[in-house]
Each structure stands twice: as structure tokens, then as C-alpha cells.
Write a protein that binds this ligand. Structure first.
Ligand SMILES: [Zn+2]
Length: 276
């Protein structure tokens, strides 16, 4: 067959295993195994990719020591909210089913290098890690558990802010969680807050930045309103590093930036210092 008359039927391709991860920051192609072994941190540029709540718990807690509670607390739909993409209740139910968590936060107790603590770990994949009545209730429950059992409280935030589908009731969770943290403080128990990408909106404006110690992963977006909203409002260009963990460290909102591979050891060091 002549070259010009060849048919252009697609050639059969054998399904190739997905071997590569493409870094969203530097576009480097990295072997997926290598990238996962590096805790989803790009070996070329150090970009910290987002982790699920369960991956994060696996990273921070001693193997086999995590005991989850509060799984009976599910999303509620007090407003019967619906938008162009359908009812909120259906979206929330789909997230519960897909991610295997009852809300945008997983709470439980576990050991960090032998020290028993209570943890609340947010999952950004669950409706943007949004703070809802269920999420606020789970965090308040975890804090109360820490008080009851005389343990430190560790919060890992990853959130776009309050869940608009629940209106003012989601905003009320800011006050509710802060009140619970005040009870923790009165009980003389430490609170370590770990800020991961992104920590914004009502979460950054409430419990995420109230830690006795606030730690952040490198490059984490930390802020309240988005860059575009602020620039449009104040009619000024913001610095390039605005709302990064590094910027917040320089301005006193964050106490230390800790690379992911050092996070557990740093947390254990802080807990050992405060819980002995
Ligand atoms: Zn990279």
C-alpha cells in the first residue's frame, strides 16, 4: 500500500501502567514509586503534594495505634440546599461513599513516637475540606476527648473554608471549635496545629492558627480571602509570596516550617517537651 493511501486507523495500544507522576509545580516527570516513597514530595523542586486524611495519619501516627471515633457524625443538610449541579445532600453522600470518611475530618487517638494524643485530620478531597456542622462537631468531640483523657490535641488542617451549603450554621463552627480549644487551654493541655496546603477561609480564621505551636509544610497556601479578591478590593498588586507558609512565618502567624519527612519527629519532640 502506498504511503499516501495508508489508512489512519488508530494502532492498538497495550495499556501501559501509570508509571509517572508529573509535578504540578516544576512539571518534572518522576517515577511514581519514587515520588510515593518520598511521601509525595517532588524530589526535583520539593513541592509537597496534598495527602488524604488517612495518608496523613499513616505518616504521623505509630503503626496500628490509631483508634478512630466520631464516625457516626455524617453531613447534615439543614437548608435543603441545592445548586446548579444538584442537591448538596447527594454530593455529600457521594463524598462519604467515595472517600470512606464520615465528614471532611477524621478524628481519633493514636501514638506519636509513643505519646498518646488526639488527632483531627482534614481531608481536602471531601468537598474541599470544608468546615461544616458535622466537621465542627467532630473537631469539638476530639478536643473534648483530649480533655477527658488528659492528652495533647493535634489538628491537621487542609481546607478551603466554611461549607457554604450549610450557610451561617457552618460559620458557627468557627466559634464552637474555638470555644472547645479554650476549654483545652484551661485544662492545661497543649494544642499543636499543623497547616497543610491549603488552609484558608474560616478555617485559617479560627482553629488553624490558634495552636500553642503552629507548624506548616513548605509552600502551603495560608490565608483568608483569595489573592484576586484582595487585589481587586485594595487595587494593589500583592507580593509573589503573599499567603505562603514562608510569608506567614516572616509575619509571625506560623512558628516553624517543617518539611514533611521531619514532621513526625518534630511533633514528637514538641509533645515530649509538653507532656512530661
Ligand atoms: Zn517539582
Amino acid at each position: 500500500m502506498g504511503w499516501f493511501t495508508k489508512t489512519t486507523e488508530p494502532r492498538e495500544q497495550a495499556a501501559l501502567p501509570d508509571l509517572w507522576h508529573v509535578c504540578p509545580a516544576c512539571q518534572a516527570h518522576v517515577f511514581k514509586d519514587e515520588w510515593e516513597a518520598a511521601l509525595k514530595v517532588c524530589p526535583k523542586c520539593g513541592h509537597h503534594d496534598r495527602l488524604s486524611a488517612r495518608e496523613r495519619i499513616g505518616l504521623l501516627v505509630d503503626p496500628g495505634s490509631f483508634r478512630e471515633f466520631g464516625t457516626e457524625i455524617l453531613p447534615s443538610d439543614p437548608l435543603g440546599f441545592s445548586d446548579a449541579k444538584g442537591p448538596y445532600a447527594a454530593k455529600a453522600a457521594a463524598a462519604v461513599k467515595k472517600l470512606g470518611t464520615s465528614e471532611s475530618v477524621v478524628v481519633g487517638s493514636g501514638n506519636v513516637e509513643g505519646t498518646r494524643v488526639v488527632l483531627a485530620v482534614m481531608d481536602f478531597r471531601f468537598l474541599g475540606g470544608s468546615l461544616s456542622t458535622g466537621c465542627g462537631e467532630k473537631i469539638a468531640l476530639a478536643i473534648q476527648h483530649a480533655i477527658d483523657f488528659n492528652r495533647a490535641f493535634v489538628m491537621v488542617s487542609a481546607s478551603g473554608g466554611a461549607r457554604m451549603h450549610e450557610g451561617i450554621l457552618s460559620l458557627m463552627q468557627m466559634a464552637k471549635t474555638c470555644a472547645a480549644l479554650q476549654r483545652l487551654e484551661r485544662a492545661g493541655l497543649p494544642y499543636v496545629s499543623i497547616l497543610t496546603d491549603p488552609t484558608t477561609g474560616g478555617v485559617s480564621a479560627s482553629y488553624a492558627l490558634l495552636g500553642d505551636v503552629n507548624l506548616a509544610e513548605p509552600g502551603t497556601l495560608i490565608g483568608f480571602a483569595g489573592r484576586r479578591v484582595i487585589e481587586t478590593t485594595i487595587k494593589q498588586k500583592l507580593p509573589d509570596d503573599f499567603q505562603t507558609a514562608e510569608y506567614q512565618l516572616e509575619h509571625g502567624f506560623v512558628d516553624a516550617i517543617v518539611p514533611r519527612k521531619e514532621l513526625k519527629a518534630r511533633l514528637a519532640q514538641l509533645l515530649a517537651f509538653r507532656m512530661k
